[in-house]
Design a protein around this ligand. Structure first.
Ligand SMILES: Nc1ccn([C@@H]2O[C@H](COP(=O)(O)O)[C@@H](O)[C@H]2O)c(=O)n1
Ligand SMILES: C[C@@]1(CO)OP(=O)(O)OP(=O)(O)OC[C@H]1O
Length: 165
């Protein structure tokens, strides 16, 4: 039920993992980051954008990207994840919402994310029509522990706030 007390904000979170595989780069936040390996994925395997899309969808209980872009669908084979983000943003817009800010953490030992974080922030801010300070990209290792610590894959988690209008 909607009334004057209806919250004008929504919060969402997302998480994604891809294992490393053959290749010479990983896509992170729409930025091509040179690396000694690529990732195994149906799309370009951009964990930053996948986590962000899931956070945006989750804020409105719209399911997850696997439902919107099924891995069984060859349309998404090698797809650029920035197109998923554009689609998710349009879904929010149609419902009268926009991203207020987002905060994303990339989890891996390598590649080093720091040198690329600014480029990712600029690209995502531009795509979502946000000021640069509304898009945060952080990174952490897991101190050599777990699958990320062993260098088997890369993960990202995202939180985002949606605001009405
Ligand atoms: N893939 C990564 C992981 C970490 N960083 C940056 O290194 C700093 C230290 O990381 P800790 O795991 O010790 O917290 C931190 O400032 C991270 O931003 C990175 O650039 N890429
Ligand atoms: C992005 C999609 C597209 O088919 O496949 P993947 O690139 O494998 O990535 P995942 O994070 O497993 O999300 C599921 C799918 O929506």
């Amino acid at each position: 039920m909607s009334n004057d007390n209806t919250p004008r904000m929504r919060i969402g979170q997302g998480f994604d993992v891809h294992g490393f595989g053959p290749g010479d780069h990983v896509m992170l936040g729409g930025v091509r980051v040179p690396h000694t390996q690529g990732v195994e994925a149906h799309s370009d395997g951009d964990v930053v954008i996948h986590a962000l899309c899931d956070a945006m969808l989750g804020a409105l209980a719209l399911g997850d990207i696997g439902q919107h872009f099924p891995p069984s669908d060859m349309r998404w084979k090698d797809a650029a994840s920035i197109d998923f983000l554009r689609h998710c943003n349009a879904l929010l817009s149609e419902r009268g919402w926009r991203v207020g800010n987002c905060d994303i953490t990339v989890i891996c030992e390598r590649p080093k994310v720091g040198p690329h974080a600014e480029a990712m922030r600029r690209l995502l801010a531009n795509e979502l029509g946000l000021e640069l300070d509304a898009v945060s990209i952080k990174a952490t290792t897991t101190e050599k522990l777990g699958f990320t610590g062993r260098g088997e894959g890369i993960a990202a988690q995202a939180a985002c706030l949606l605001v009405a209008g």
